[in-house]
Design a binder for this molecule. Sequence first.
Ligand SMILES: C[S@@+](CC[C@H](N)C(=O)[O-])C[C@H]1O[C@@H](n2cnc3c(N)ncnc32)[C@H](O)[C@@H]1O
Length: 376
Amino acid sequence: MHSAQRAHLLFTRYVSRGELLRFADPMPSPDARKEPRPRRDWTFGELLDWTRGRFAEVGIDSPRLDAELLLAEAAGCARIDLYLRRDDLVDAAVRNRFRDMVRRRLAREPVAYILGRRDFHALELELYVDANVLVPRPETELLVDWILEDLPADAARPPVVLDVGTGSGAIALAIGRARPDARICGIDPSEAALEVARRNAERLDLHVEFRPGRAADLGRLVQTWAPPDVVAANLPYVASADLEAAAPELSYEPRLALDGGPSGLDVIEELVAAVGHLDPRPDVYLEIGADQADAVTRLLRAAGYAGVDVRPDLAGRSRLVRARRARTRDATGRGSPPAAADEEVEQHRQDDGQEQARRQGDVQGEPVPLEDQIPG
Ligand SMILES: C[S@@+](CC[C@H](N)C(=O)[O-])C[C@H]1O[C@@H](n2cnc3c(N)ncnc32)[C@H](O)[C@@H]1O
């Protein structure tokens, strides 16, 4: 190719894309061999700006944060240092590492898998994560906060907590970090997820036990372990059909962690049925989909739970549920007389009947957007 033709090609390529000629593309396309060699004098600021723009163009939710996390990782520095180094040139090794990460992110792989870690619960825990576990979400931190608020500080015996569907161990380990006195076990049917959870317990030096098991195995597990005071669970709750249309990032996460069956409620129903058979019943804390609060409340009340409360997530959607079965005061110092509790359950059943009747007369509400049904 003549140099004039080549110059014209380069000009139209970059200017027609709205990119400045001097910002040679650090993400060469498959026919990169025909393209100019990437520029060697990118500064940190220029790389960040370019990447943030590309991430935004393809619809990534947090383009600036993601660009900063990846560049800080590639450069081996803290995010704040990127600003101090804004005008510094980025050396070739860092640029190469960064380019590979940017490619993966543009293919919509979650940042946590690219970095191999995720901070959880107010940065208290740095969890190792890989594609065998769900990337822990900020909403789940609110579930942990709620449990910690309620766990009695001055219990006569250590509180016993079971995290069902533990994945990376996020919930169990966050409670373990905050309450070293608690006895905690996480269960999951995925052996690969349990390996991740055990690895996290070891690197964080936390004494949390992890065992294989499904929600339906609760009765058997309790016999060989201990009756829990609290069952915490962020189970799969996306309806199978909705998964196909969900954000591309979800296709990297284990289907077992997301798929809640045709209604989205299969695994939550499995858990509620299992806790309903425990004696004494534990308090239950669940993370749920944005359109599931009424259905889950009804399930829990039908299983004999007197007090069911719902809390919003950071976006104000009803995503967290707590069910408490009032009971005689036990060694943890909680509970109230069973007779009062049973009356309360009966009152709630009647309220539910009235609520259902009222709803049947209601006009159908607004459909819940798909992205609101995504776990975490
Ligand atoms: C949404 S992920 C949550 C992981 C972790 N608790 C968190 O909050 O990051 C759901 C987890 O439930 C597990 N799971 C799937 N089916 C289950 C079942 N029937 N009983 C118990 N856990 C199940 C999955 O393997 C997955 O690790």
